[in-house]
Design a protein around this ligand. Structure first.
Ligand SMILES: Cc1cc2nc3c(=O)[nH]c(=O)nc-3n(C[C@H](O)[C@H](O)[C@H](O)COP(=O)(O)OP(=O)(O)OC[C@H]3O[C@@H](n4cnc5c(N)ncnc54)[C@H](O)[C@@H]3O)c2cc1C
Length: 560
């Protein structure tokens, strides 16, 4: 961490030089000394220090200065550093102002000029104040800080992106933290834009998109080569499985991920059914381990890059990224998975990200302390979310359309909740389950305030106060990038191997050989994981298919 700072302000060069010299002599080894000639100049310096979160221990300020007096400067500077010690330098004639500011500014001391000899008139006072500051003020966080409001969808996205990529950060709620609010207002000038992200090197990003954040943090966003043996789109369990097995077998691999490695599995609080982890492991842990493993074998992983289109150029398969970059390869794996289906009820759109969340409660659970929250959905992901939230919220209510937790609710709900999760939910005192229940409306101003639920059996509706609602209600496949190119079923899932017997490919497939088990209607383009027609949404299934694809890639490469 950077040394704490002593800021001194004096408009008279001779006095300023003398103060600076005396401060450096005694405190230069342990503190950074910043000497400025005016209140305005000093305020700029103080704002920059706050942007980097450098600690300021002491302001030593002349009272009588043109433009801005010492007390006027302190009134501003203390909004950013309320815990800094504050000392005024006064001439005999300004002691009145100093005495007045003991109350108004909580002045710690005023020193009469001249203070010679400093050993007698300056250091003993400052020693006391600095020792007290060091003993009572917490060491400031010296990593990335994200400042914003709890009920902002953009803030939620930024926190989610950092958390899912394993980047530590500190969250600063400007509604609860006055110095940070002051700083954000100074950065924004007249506008209200959040989040504002502060980096330890002093860089400040306002409302950054994921790509800008990724570049700033030093994640790889650009490919090192233009041609690969296998291009993998999506770094969920299926993509990671293919990257690990493929790279370990010597294939040149690039994997492109729009958000964070781990995919849906990376958002799971605890995966208990993955082979080899008897006590379970978090999705984040699994994602980090697999990412390290893939990188160790030499796979390139690009983050915050979306593949917008897939195509063919002669014998080669091509992907086009959101920034226009084109990458070519012999083969391509679509492992883009699915995302949570949207709940379409009145009032939901403006509250999404402001109390209404899709997917697992990774970043928001901690903000639900002591509150009543709802989880919508009846499959494993909803069960896990309810269990995770029950550690923070006072009450979690699971809203399920079906008539029992361990029974398929509808044709859309392809999987019932696993038995082990149903048992844990039944044994958790602060989780309630409402069966045959659906959400019919949500309400709120700046943030979610209430939801209306309807019992399907009785037809009765009621409106309940709600702090947050997490929605996990089935899946929509990410396949627009292959539309018009690769066979998909009516719901958009990709047909592979024998499944293509039901689709148009049975007529258009021209090769003498049959398609490989995980090959799509276009030779050399494969699909694995949840994005496939008939996929079983399990981590192990996706990883297994990712591994299997590699052997088909080897077979395919023998033919090109
Ligand atoms: C909250 C939750 C908990 C779960 N818990 C369990 C569990 O305990 N046990 C279990 O077995 N299963 C669990 N599952 C299911 C399991 O996570 C999925 O079956 C598995 O993640 C599917 O892997 P996948 O690689 O096919 O797809 P995904 O995990 O969906 O990954 C696909 C990836 O592709 C990326 N992507 C999509 N489109 C593009 C594009 N155009 N360009 C670049 N990247 C793109 C996405 O951002 C995503 O990271 C859970 C799911 C959820 C949501």
């Amino acid at each position: 961490m950077a040394n704490p700072v002593i800021v001194t302000v004096d408009d008279e060069p001779q006095v300023r030089n003398a103060v600076e010299r005396d401060l450096r002599q005694k405190y230069g080894a342990d503190y950074r000394i910043i000497a400025t000639g005016s209140g305005a100049e000093a305020l700029d310096a103080v704002r920059q220090l706050k942007e980097r979160n450098d600690p300021v221990a002491l302001f030593l300020v002349d009272q009588l200065m043109p433009g801005m007096s010492g007390t006027e400067f302190l009134a501003q500077a203390l909004k950013l550093y309320p815990e800094a010690r504050r000392v005024l330098l006064t001439a005999y004639a300004d002691t009145e102002a100093a005495i007045a500011s003991i109350n108004s500014l909580g002045l710690d001391y005023y020193l009469m000029k001249p203070w010679d000899p400093p050993e007698q008139n300056l250091y003993p006072v400052l020693d006391d104040l600095l020792n007290h500051w060091a003993a009572t003020v917490a060491v400031p966080y010296d990593g990335i800080r994200v400042a914003g409001t709890l009920w902002s969808a953009k803030c939620h996205n930024t926190k989610d992106f950092l958390a899912r990529n394993g980047v530590p950060y500190q969250w600063l709620d400007i509604e609860a933290d006055a110095p940070t609010r002051e700083l954000v207002e100074a950065v924004n000038k007249e506008e209200h834009r959040v989040p504002v992200v502060f980096f330890p090197d002093g860089t400040v990003l306002v409302e950054p998109d994921n790509r800008t954040l990724a570049d700033k943090i030093g994640m790889r966003t650009q490919a090192a080569q233009t041609f690969y043996d296998l291009i993998i789109v999506g770094a969920g369990p299926a993509g990671l499985g293919a990257a690990v097995y493929g790279a370990s077998e010597g294939l040149r691999i690039v994997m492109i991920e729009q958000e964070a490695t781990g995919g849906q599995a990376g958002t799971s609080a605890l995966i208990e059914n993955y082979l080899g982890f008897p006590r379970g492991l978090s999705g984040a842990d699994l994602a980090q381990r697999a990412t390290m493993q893939a990188r160790r074998f030499g796979a390139e992983i690009l983050i915050a890059q979306e593949v917008t289109r897939v195509g063919m150029e002669g014998r080669y398969r091509v992907v086009v990224l959101g920034d226009g970059t084109r990458l070519c390869g012999h083969t391509l794996l679509i492992a883009t998975g699915v995302s949570v289906r949207k709940l379409e009820v009145p009032g939901i759109e403006p509250l999404t990200g402001a109390g209404v969340y899709y997917g697992a409660p990774i970043t928001e659970a901690v903000h639900c302390k002591g509150q009543d929250v709802f989880v919508v959905g009846g499959a494993n992901s909803a069960g896990q979310a309810a269990l995770h939230l029950s550690r923070y919220a006072s009450k979690v209510t699971l809203l399920v359309r079906g008539s029992a937790l361990d029974k398929r609710g509808s044709a859309k709900q392809a999987f019932a909740m696993s038995h082990y999760l149903v048992e844990q939910i039944n044994a958790t005192a602060n989780i309630g389950v409402l069966l045959q229940t659906e959400v019919s409306a949500v309400e709120g101003g700046k943030r979610l305030e209430a939801i209306t639920i309807r019992n399907k059996a009785s037809g009765k509706s009621e409106t309940l106060p709600a702090w947050a609602m997490f929605i996990l209600i089935g899946a929509v496949p990410h396949t627009s990038l292959v539309s018009g190119m690769v066979d998909r079923n009516l719901a958009g899932f990709i047909r592979t191997g024998p499944d293509m017997r039901d689709g148009p490919t049975s007529r258009s497939w021209t090769l003498k050989r049959d398609p490989f088990l995980l090959e799509t209607s276009v030779p050399g383009i494969f699909a694995a994981g949840d994005v496939r027609q008939g996929a079983i949404p399990r981590v192990a299934a996706a990883v297994g298919q990712g591994g299997m694809v590699v052997s088909f890639v080897h077979e395919y490469l023998k033919t090109v």
